[in-house]
Design a protein around this ligand. Structure first.
Ligand SMILES: Cc1cc2nc3c(=O)[nH]c(=O)nc-3n(C[C@H](O)[C@H](O)[C@H](O)COP(=O)(O)O)c2cc1C
Length: 505
């Protein structure tokens, strides 16, 4: 990326053939050349590009050109097409397996593997209250030789995750431990980070050994490896979020990971990357400057052509401003009052879900809610009768968790929660389908990064949803990161900040 002088202005252009740049600042004007000017009055800076950012070992471990991956987005929003496009662009994508049937995930893995032909990808492993379903996913991932997973929503590591990590681990002739299954854990809390920097929990290892799922040799290596290779510190983001600011949490978690792993003397280093709120080149640069080994995007990818959501939602995302997002109750932890970050423009989901949560807290059963309000809930929010939804809910639980049905028949508050959760759970699928009858009920997960991105690309071709491709968006973020790095360096060395022209965003 050389810098050329144009009419007393500095312009940085994308070209990787020059290793260093010289900026002469005689008479207050910057004259830039790739050869050393005569005399002493010049600044010399390295000529960096997108591929120079991030941890080299991270890129080597996963086979990446760029230190950026697209985080998983449930219901296949982070689709096979998105994962393929990111992999082909020199980055990596994490397939959004959350909410998808096992057969569908298996099919999509086959599609990704065929298209990427050895290039990197990940599949999301989400903490699942149903341990059997989680183990079924882990076994399928091992069987299909999936090389890496993005592990998220864990508070404590599960047996399924430990099984994926340990299966196939061996020590080679020169004493090096080879781990065929990589884990990038996404966390936002210190105590969870510590669990992933530590070796797999001994009780999980013992139980897996007893059930014959891992060998004695695999179990014996467990205390010598960290549970995760990498940890994404996830700040305020679309979907589930602890709402923490990146500038506070990232340096703290990097320091904690360093301190914690010193206790174990592993052969490898556990790196920390950054996600949450990244929607511009300067956001990437900020993360790298704070020490991130890599950066993670999410919200900006949902609005791209390859995303598995509907065109209707992509259009809304392209028009979203930073103030258009809010926190609203979520389906999976509804009873606990947990919230997700969603769009509040053109949909009533946030208000409706909040009302349902308030009714759930206030009343012991649906029948205890005053009749007029019950009628309003059925007509205006659920758009169906409570009894009819309960019939469908029972059919669903008969397949996935039959014990829930008698529990709910005895406990009317639980029954009310399950029916309300039907609305919350369906609302994200209505968004993905673009259901025209449910426009105002759509639950669209989205963080501040979307509004920041929209503002950043305003007036360019990327303003339009149909022009946004994940690979190009990722490259633009990193090109801009490199540009701003060099610009900042020149300014710190004395160049006039107002003399830069033609910024590439
Ligand atoms: C629509 C959407 C769905 C998401 N679903 C998941 C998921 O299923 N699993 C997961 O680990 N993270 C999920 N995330 C989080 C992303 O993987 C990523 O970490 C996050 O979006 C980064 O923050 P940002 O949205 O501010 O860019 C989701 C995010 C969005 C926007």
């Amino acid at each position: 990326m050389p810098i050329v002088n144009q009419e007393n202005s500095i312009r940085i252009l994308a070209d990787e053939k020059y290793p260093t740049l010289c900026v002469s600042v005689a008479d207050g004007a910057a004259v830039v050349s790739t050869e050393k000017p005569k005399g002493d009055d010049f600044l010399q800076i390295p000529n960096l590009s997108a591929k120079d950012f991030g941890d080299r070992e991270f890129k080597k471990t996963y086979g990446l050109k760029y230190a950026l991956y697209g985080g998983a987005m449930a219901n296949g929003i982070a689709s096979a097409d998105m994962v393929i496009a990111l992999g082909l662009a020199g980055c990596m994508g994490s397939y959004g397996s959350g909410g998808q049937r096992l057969e569908v995930v298996a099919q999509e893995i086959d599609k990704i593997k065929a298209a990427l032909n050895g290039k990197p990808y990940m599949i999301n492993m989400l903490s699942n209250r149903n341990a059997q379903m989680e183990m079924a996913l882990a076994k399928m991932l091992v069987e299909k030789e999936v090389p890496a997973v993005e592990a998220s929503a864990y508070i404590v590591p599960s047996e399924a995750l430990v099984y994926y990590r340990l299966k196939g681990v061996y020590e080679n002739g020169d004493g090096r431990i080879v781990i065929p299954h990589k884990i990038i854990a996404k966390v936002s809390r210190e105590e969870v980070l510590e669990k992933f920097v530590s070796p797999p929990p001994a009780e999980c290892v013992a139980s897996l050994l007893e059930s014959g799922l891992i060998t004695e040799a695999e179990a014996a290596l467990a205390p010598r490896i960290p549970l995760a290779d990498d940890i994404t510190a996830e700040a305020d983001s679309g979907g589930h979020t602890d709402g923490r600011p990146l500038v506070s949490m990232l340096p703290a978690l990097i320091a904690l990971a360093k301190r914690k792993q010193a206790e174990f003397g592993y052969q490898q280093k556990v790196r920390v990357g950054a996600g949450g709120g990244i929607g511009t080149g300067l956001s990437c640069l900020g993360a790298f400057e704070m020490g991130a080994a890599y950066v993670v995007t999410g919200s900006v990818n949902q609005g791209c052509v390859e995303s598995g959501t509907s065109d209707y939602v992509k259009q809304i995302l392209a028009e979203t401003a930073m103030a258009d997002v809010t926190m609203a109750p979520c389906a999976d932890m509804f009873e606990m009052g947990a919230k997700v970050e969603v769009i509040k423009k053109k949909t009533m989901y946030a208000q409706n879900a909040q009302k349902l949560y308030e009714y759930y807290v206030k009343y012991p059963s649906f029948e205890a809610i005053p009749a007029a309000e019950r009628d309003r809930i059925e007509k205006k929010i659920l758009k169906d009768t409570f009894a009819h939804i309960w019939t469908g809910t029972k059919e669903y639980f008969a397949k996935v968790d039959p014990a829930k049905i008698p529990q709910a028949e005895k406990n009317p508050k639980l029954k009310m929660a399950l029916v309300f959760r039907w609305y919350l759970g369906s609302s994200s699928r209505w968004a993905v389908k673009g259901d025209p009858d449910r426009k105002f009920d759509m639950q669209i997960w989205c963080g501040q990064a979307m509004g920041a991105f929209n503002l950043w690309v305003k007036g360019t071709a990327l303003e339009k949803a149909e022009n946004r491709h994940v690979g190009e968006v990722a490259k633009l973020l990193l090109d801009s990161c490199a540009y701003h790095y060099m610009k900042n360096l020149l300014v710190r060395m004395g160049a006039n900040p107002d003399s830069f022209r033609g910024d590439i965003l």
